[in-house]
Design a protein around this ligand. Structure first.
Ligand code: TYD
Length: 224
């Protein structure tokens, strides 16, 4: 991979994963704020989304509709958004030494479409290699919370915000069990990158765990 032209170090790419309602968006914001306090430049972004095209695709992919998209169409939408996001936001930011914190990335496609919808992980990884070959997270935090708790929280939020992006929230517990298993498979394959954070506890305790993991990762990187 290319080093930034300025000679500055490439910005780290950190992703947050978890079931809907696991609290990952809150933790992403807290980590971004703490990194900024330490003088780092940070891009906070999300998938699907992150660019104007990506946000349009997000609406198409997540809104409830009479006929749900076929699973491969759903996966295609995620990757159309991702390819734009990687090329237009993530890699340009990293090239300037900016830290990129992203709410979901390809692991979500592997868990939701690969495992949840049954398309298989290999198809997802193939699409990634073809469409987003430059981008892979340095570190991923998977916020692990009981499925029932996640579902309760995400459905409540949907009602509170009167959001129409509810296609996944209406899935069954069985679907989310498959999604969670999909995430755990990734952890087995890439234990150094994919860190499971027990995230049932108080928000600031969870943020502390994430910070400690990040520090450990940075110390290990510095030694290399
Ligand atoms: P998320 O950003 O977590 O929504 P919110 O912040 O509103 O809770 O994710 C939106 C949904 O998109 C989530 O249900 C998971 C789904 N998703 C996939 O199925 N595949 C993907 O590749 C991505 C990025 C998200």
């Amino acid at each position: 991979m290319k080093e930034p032209a300025s000679g500055a170090k490439r910005g780290p790419f950190i992703t947050f994963e978890g079931l809907d309602g696991s609290g990952k968006s809150t933790q992403l914001r807290l980590l971004a704020a703490r990194l900024r306090e330490h003088g780092h430049k940070v891009l906070e972004t999300r998938e699907p989304g992150g660019t104007p095209l990506g946000e349009e695709i997000r609406r198409l992919a997540l809104e409830e509709r009479e006929e749900a998209p076929a699973p491969r169409a759903e996966l295609g939408l995620m990757f159309a958004a991702r390819a734009d996001h990687c090329a237009r936001r993530i890699e340009p930011a990293r090239a300037q030494g900016i830290w990129v914190l992203c709410d979901r990335f390809t692991d979500a496609s592997e868990a939701y479409q690969g495992a949840g919808r049954g398309l298989g992980g290999e198809l997802v990884r193939q699409l990634h290699r073809v469409l987003c070959p430059e981008s892979w997270p340095d570190l991923t935090f998977f916020l692990d919370v009981e499925i029932a708790t996640c579902l309760e929280r995400s459905r409540q939020r949907l009602r509170r915000e009167a959001s129409r992006e509810g296609r996944f929230e209406s899935e069954t517990e069985e679907f989310f069990r498959k999604v969670r298993d999909g995430y755990l498979e990734i952890q087995k394959r890439e234990p150094a990158r994919f860190r499971i954070i027990a995230a049932e506890g108080e928000v600031y305790d969870v943020a502390g765990k994430i910070w400690n993991e990040l520090e450990a990762w940075r110390n290990a990187e510095a030694k290399q």
